[in-house]
Design a protein around this ligand. Structure first.
Ligand code: ADP
Ligand code: MG
Length: 309
């Protein structure tokens, strides 16, 4: 049997095409994948059919080569594939592996909702986490991801990360959120001090309570830098209190990070009252909820921010 390409070349010679174009088509029919495809589908394709498919074959090979050279195609991210369509060769476009991977990564990122959080936590990973001074916290973080992933309906006590400025508390929250996202779970990371300011600025606005409502219902919530906010009894009781009450009742995982340990956070909430009065019961109630929701972990280490830039 004659070589398919050769047979074709013979046929094409008979057609009245200009020489350059004929050369291009010839080259296309000599492409290994094209030859393979024609061979596999010999039964379905007459010589006539093959000749009539020339422009599609040419399209396939030229797009394929463009991708190989790293040039942009008319459908970026899609690879051409030869198909059979009613006794003609056709080209369909399928998402490339790179595109699928990119989409998967995008879907993972989309599962982490950040509100007023630093950008660098986007790529935070538990695997990259420097363990010194935080072995227990890192271990517990990994365990949380595993346990939550295997039983998301059950209550899982989350973590309260305590440590001084720059030790990597926020980074660890980001890494946990990203780890959960890879398992398909959505988290909301909220910089609590900024949130408190926004809430104050929009008191009486319809959106305020809607936002609080949305935050309190999120499947996994992480409140960053709690205790660094300028507290008012309204923020404590009507914003934080409402969110924590709901999460405790519904047993929804809630993480915290703070410069203060729980004892000092309680003191902070105790002394903050807009009439200058101490409200020990209200501070206690907040702490009860936090303790129910999260276990305290102390994170020590150098201030990483000093070493940046
Ligand atoms: P904190 O919230 O405790 O104040 P951050 O989490 O913001 O500290 O960390 C301070 C800086 O150090 C950030 O720029 C962060 O990206 C970086 N960082 C923290 N932990 C790590 C880590 N394990 N590996 C790499 N970078 C880290
Ligand atoms: Mg932080």
């Amino acid at each position: 049997m004659k070589d398919v390409g050769e047979q074709l070349a013979e046929r094409l010679k008979k057609l009245n095409w200009n020489k350059d174009y004929r050369q291009l088509i010839n080259d296309a029919f000599n492409d290994v994948e094209v030859k393979e495809f024609i061979k596999e589908n010999q039964g379905e394709l007459s010589q006539e059919d093959i000749a009539r498919s020339a422009s599609k074959v040419y399209e396939f090979v030229s797009v394929k080569n463009k991708i190989k050279r790293g040039e942009e195609t008319h459908a970026p991210g899609y690879d051409p594939q030869l198909t059979l369509n009613n006794h003609l060769i056709d080209v369909t476009y399928i998402p490339s592996e790179a595109l699928l991977l990119q989409k998967k990564q995008q879907a993972i990122h989309n599962r982490v909702r950040s509100i007023n959080m630093p950008k660098d936590i986007r790529d935070a990973e538990l695997a990259d986490y420097d363990l010194e001074g935080r072995e227990l916290a890192a271990q517990a973080a990994g365990r949380f991801i595993d346990e939550y992933s295997s039983a998301p309906k059950k209550f899982h006590r989350a973590m309260y990360l305590q440590g001084s400025f720059g030790v990597g508390k926020t980074y660890l929250l980001g890494a946990i959120a990203n780890g959960l996202a890879e398992e398909g779970f959505t988290s909301t990371l909220l910089h609590f001090p900024s949130f408190a300011v926004e809430m104050k600025n929009s008191i009486g606005n319809n959106g305020t309570m809607k936002m609080v409502d949305e935050v309190k219902r999120t499947p996994i919530l992480m409140l960053d830098d709690i205790g660094a906010d300028q507290l008012s009894s309204w923020i404590r009781d009507d914003i934080l209190g409402v969110i924590l009450q709901y999460r405790m009742q519904e047993e929804l995982p809630t993480f915290f990070s703070s410069n203060l340990d729980m004892v000092n956070l309680e003191k902070q909430y105790l002394t903050t009252n807009n009439r200058g009065e101490a409200e020990p019961l209200k501070a206690k109630r907040i702490m009860e909820r936090i303790r129910f929701l999260a276990k305290e972990f102390r994170i020590i280490g150098r201030n990483r921010r000093q070493f940046k830039n």
